[in-house]
Design a protein around this ligand. Structure first.
Ligand code: GDD
Ligand code: GTP
Length: 412
């Protein structure tokens, strides 16, 4: 059996997920009817995992209800939240909680970034690790050359899949094979992290110009990407499993829309019972919470999630969108490529829309007349759009009321 760590980050993070992270920690935001990290847990049920740790620096009680519910739903493993006293970085947390991770001497463990949406080919990663007797396997995917430098970039040997170079967010182009934020490590990685920690401390004492808190803000911070993966590539047992399946990062609030679409499509392909039955007015895949009220004359889909107690009125049209808890869409309104926040209200005949972005671009902005604007329209908590109003490519902060047409704006 293996273990798994999900790096959930903390409340100072997820700022790009605003305004949606103002009311809920990003890992708990629901896409395709479930919290983002629920999808990670579901992937872990497909392999032999006995223990899952969520490591982050959110308050102790933030994940309590989620862990209680998921422990019932996923009895095959235990789930624990381990809280960092301050942000320790992506490797610092693994080191701080090394006793919990290495207890029972597991041979290896998975590390998952919480903020990715993907098919999680964990079995395939285990297989590659076995075949090559790897110390580390990283999940990689190809993106456009322009997008690559926003991620960790991997140069690999195409025949053996060995990682030859790893550079975190390089300034110039080195490869379009990028780090998906999913790793399988031999437990010996912990002693590598220890060595990196010692090295950092030594440098602190001997190099008067070196400030360990320079880039990272804290002296105890250790970054998996820069401090561990780079050097690991110089050794010979670091491999990449290249996924041909879907992968998206969930950073900005708008990126929840493609993530929602991808997880809905996955559920649809696997014949999930949770999804709404396709019909004349339901274009699959569509998820409707059992407590939501959708008028039979409303047309939904594809790629739509309707949250708890939400109301969708007669003649409304919703596609490529997420409608959150207690939101209301009045009759004949149209919602496209948008997120309708908790308790938000959209008036009759109103039109709320964003614009689609190409999948390999990995961006949530589009150019309109040469200016970057949000591709997805986001109405935060309790926003109101009055009847017959048109909202295009806007982000609307909580509690705002829109009484006139708006386009390409952040409404504060
Ligand atoms: N526990 C903990 N403590 N978690 C953290 C911390 C920390 O101090 N800092 C970040 N995380 C978590 C975040 O919540 C996220 O799940 C993950 O670690 C990575 O976040 P970032 O450090 O912000 O990196 P990134 O998302 O910009 O880039 C990483 O992910 C990309 C794939 O999505 C890198 O690994 C890239 O190389 C990679 O391409
Ligand atoms: P597309 O899916 O847009 O290619 O068109 P379609 O022929 O499949 O028709 P669909 O049922 O998707 O809806 C027609 C289009 O009407 C929508 O995509 C919206 O752009 C537009 N529309 C604008 N306002 C409304 C409205 O209040 N109700 C409906 N049903 N549609 C609206």
């Amino acid at each position: 059996a293996t273990k798994a760590v999900i790096l959930v980050g903390g409340s100072q993070r997820g700022t790009r997920f605003r305004p949606l992270s103002l009311d809920l920690p990003k890992p708990l935001f629901e896409v395709a009817g479930h919290p983002i990290i629920w999808h990670c847990l579901t992937a872990l049920t497909k392999i032999d995992v006995k223990e899952v740790f969520l490591i982050g620096y959110y308050d102790e009680n933030v994940f309590r209800d989620f862990i209680r519910d998921s422990s019932k739903e996923f009895p095959q493993f235990t789930i624990k939240y381990l809280r960092e006293y301050e942000p320790l970085g992506t490797a610092g947390g693994l080191y701080h909680f090394r006793d919990a991770i290495t207890k029972g001497a597991p041979k290896r463990f998975f590390v998952l970034n919480a903020d990715v949406c993907c098919s999680f080919p964990l079995k395939e990663m285990l297989q590659l690790s076995d075949d090559r007797e790897a110390d580390a396997v990283i999940l990689g995917t190809r993106v456009s050359n322009e997008a690559a430098s926003n991620f960790g970039c991997i140069v690999s040997d195409p025949a053996t899949k060995r990682v030859l170079h790893y550079v975190e967010k390089p300034e110039s182009h080195i490869s379009n094979l990028i780090n998906c934020g999913v790793y399988l490590f031999d437990t010996s990685i912990i002693s590598r992290i220890r060595k990196a920690m010692i090295l950092k401390n030594e440098r602190k004492e001997t190099d008067p110009l070196y400030d360990p808190s320079d880039e990272t803000g804290s002296e105890d911070v250790l970054r998996l990407e820069q401090d561990i993966l780079g050097p690991l590539a110089d050794d010979k047992s670091f491999y990449v499993y290249e996924s041909r399946d879907f992968w998206r990062q969930i950073k900005t609030a708008g990126s929840a829309v493609p993530a929602n679409a991808l997880y809905l499509q996955k559920a649809y392909q696997s014949g999930s019972e949770e999804l709404a039955k396709p019909s004349l007015n339901i274009l699959p895949p569509v998820y409707i919470d059992p407590t939501a009220t959708v008028d039979p004359t409303a047309k939904l889909g594809p790629n739509v999630s309707i949250g708890p107690r939400a109301i969708v009125g007669p003649g409304a049209r919703v596609r490529e969108s997420i409608v959150l808890e207690d939101a209301e869409i009045k009759h004949d309104a149209c919602v496209l490529y948008s997120i309708v926040g908790w308790g938000a209200k959209i008036g009759a005949w109103a039109r709320v829309e964003g614009t689609p972005t190409p999948a390999n671009q990995h961006s949530t902005t589009v150019l309109k007349n040469g200016v970057k604007v949000q591709s997805v329209t986001i109405l935060a908590k309790d926003c109101v759009v009055q009847d017959e109003i048109r909202v295009q490519n806007c982000v609307c902060l909580p509690y705002k009321e829109l009484k006139k047409d708006v386009a390409n704006e952040v409404i504060m």
